[in-house]
Design a protein around this ligand. Structure first.
Ligand code: DX5
Ligand code: ZN
Length: 233
């Protein structure tokens, strides 16, 4: 299964975001992960629509926008307009998740759902068709550079099985928090196909090399549901 790498600019130097984008492109990253925090859903504040707009103007890479905000419906249109390609809302922040996801799709964007470490995957079960991406948090959201929560790994397996059983093989299962070469291996083995990485990319001297190391974890030998479905037809 080929694995996508989404460097998280939260760990980059905010005075040089253009450089961070260039380094990601040079390293052949697949997406740029953008962490939006509101000081309410999480105990931290980061960036909003103007920064997303600026990033979009300076990079061809799709922007994976992770909204760690309460009442995300209030801002979805504006993030779409600013240039977000994937819009990820937190399951814990949505009262009418299906409505939110279909709204994101109606704007021509990929609809994503993020789950905090303690959140059960059950809330996804009846809206699988409406989901393009699941973002499994392996840290409590709010900060970069935290320790990977090992006990969440079986949840990745469960989520992958849910989608496989529904015959939905092209969903992106991303993992966010404490991802490095060791933890990345484990989550890919559990069924993840997107690695979000902040500190293990932008915290390193050689950003391109760090991306390449993560990318190399995508084993061509793992039998992918997508590949086996294609073989059957
Ligand atoms: C945490 C953010 C992450 C963060 C990951 O709330 O959602 O995207 O940037 O950083 P690392 O990879 O350093 O844990
Ligand atoms: Zn994130």
């Amino acid at each position: 299964m080929s694995v996508l790498i989404a460097p998280s600019i939260l760990s980059a130097d905010f005075a040089y975001l253009g450089d961070a984008l260039r380094q990601a492109e040079e390293g052949k990253a697949d997406w740029i992960h953008v962490d939006v925090m509101d000081g309410q859903f999480v105990p931290n504040l980061t960036i909003g629509m103007p920064v997303v707009k600026g990033l979009k103007a300076h990079s061809k890479l799709p922007l994976d926008v992770h909204l760690m905000i309460v009442e995300p419906d209030r801002f979805i249109d504006e993030f779409a307009q600013a240039g977000a390609d994937n819009i990820i809302v937190h399951l814990e922040a949505c009262t009418h998740l299906q409505r939110t996801l279909t709204h994101i799709k109606s704007l021509g964007k990929r609809a994503g759902v993020a789950l905090n470490p303690a959140t059960l995957p059950d809330g996804l079960r009846y809206v699988l068709q409406d989901i393009d991406e699941v973002l499994v948090m392996t840290v409590n959201p709010g900060f970069g550079g935290q320790k990977f929560i090992q006990s969440v790994v079986p949840k990745i397996r469960e989520i992958r099985a849910m989608f496989d059983q529904a015959g939905l093989f092209d969903v992106f299962i991303s993992v966010d928090g404490g991802i490095n070469v060791e933890t990345g291996k484990q989550v890919i083995e559990a069924g993840a196909n997107v690695l979000v990485a902040g500190n293990s990319v932008y915290g390193q001297k050689n950003v391109s090399e760090a991306i390449a190391q993560l990318k190399a974890l995508g084993s061509p030998n793992r039998s992918s549901p997508i590949a086996s479905a294609a073989k059957k037809s």
